[in-house]
Write a protein that binds this ligand. Sequence first.
Ligand code: GLY
Length: 324
Amino acid sequence: MADRRKFLKSTIFSGLAVSTASLSSISCAPQKAPTKPIVISTWNHGMEANAAAWEVLSKKGRALDAVEKGVMVTEADPDNATVGIGGFPDRDGNVTLDACIMDENDNCGSVAFLQNFMHPVSVARKVMEETPHVMLVGEGARRFAVDQGFKEENLLTEKSEAAWKKWLENQDYSPVINIENHDTIGMVALDEDGNLSGACTTSGAAWKMHGRVGDSPIIGAGLFVDNEIGAATATGLGEFVIKICGSHMIVELMRQGYSPQEACEQAVNRIVKKYPNNYKNLQVGFLALNKQGEYGAYAIHQGFNFAVRSNDENELIDAGHYNG
Ligand code: GLY
């Protein structure tokens, strides 16, 4: 109930923000003071990740540094089967990683199909800062990471190797909602200076085809930040996030006046409407944060949760969902 109230509050405040924005040129109506700093991120693992991000944000640090530090915690957790070390491999037994990062100046960097590096998000940040490109993949990304001083290491743990060998016995490829389909840490933050940034990192869908890349490293799909408006990130079966360019869509809806909650709902509804024969068997969840520090989240199915950290909140919240 509390969550429902929170979302209602968020929606009402956003509605006010829209109407005051449209009136501001004639009436100079006061705007709601932004809630900042604040960080939100996907799933249970978001709590620990947010704690690391908060270390940066609470000392008036930059949102970009906060989101990188935050998701690195999840990348380094060998017990997490969907991100970084310990991530379930592809059907050939290779752990392949996708990640991206985006700052308040539209700078962005991304790596895809990267193997044997503990922190793909940091390699993505180097792509953003040290190259004229946005995205490096595969062998090129590996060479670049080595040149930048990142160490190669085996990310297939005993546990993830055992899970893969078990999967080989049946080779069923229909991801289980919120389990094999439950991937990715996406994190977006607003810092004390009022700047937004985001990061997204994953080992992708378990037992995927070798070479498969999901939404997480794709700017506009797994993550999008527009410092004028807001930021959004995604989790779940990336193919369906890519098809609607989900995170970009949410930021554009916020630009049109939708609250973060309403924008996430619209994106989920788009998937449901366009893919009526698919949505029942796949999970997608979205998170969004606007320039005022208001946030929202929504998923196709029950089970998606997200973590929030601000001066007022440090909690895990069940997101609303479309189905069931
Ligand atoms: N959302 C992560 C993936 O589909 O790879």
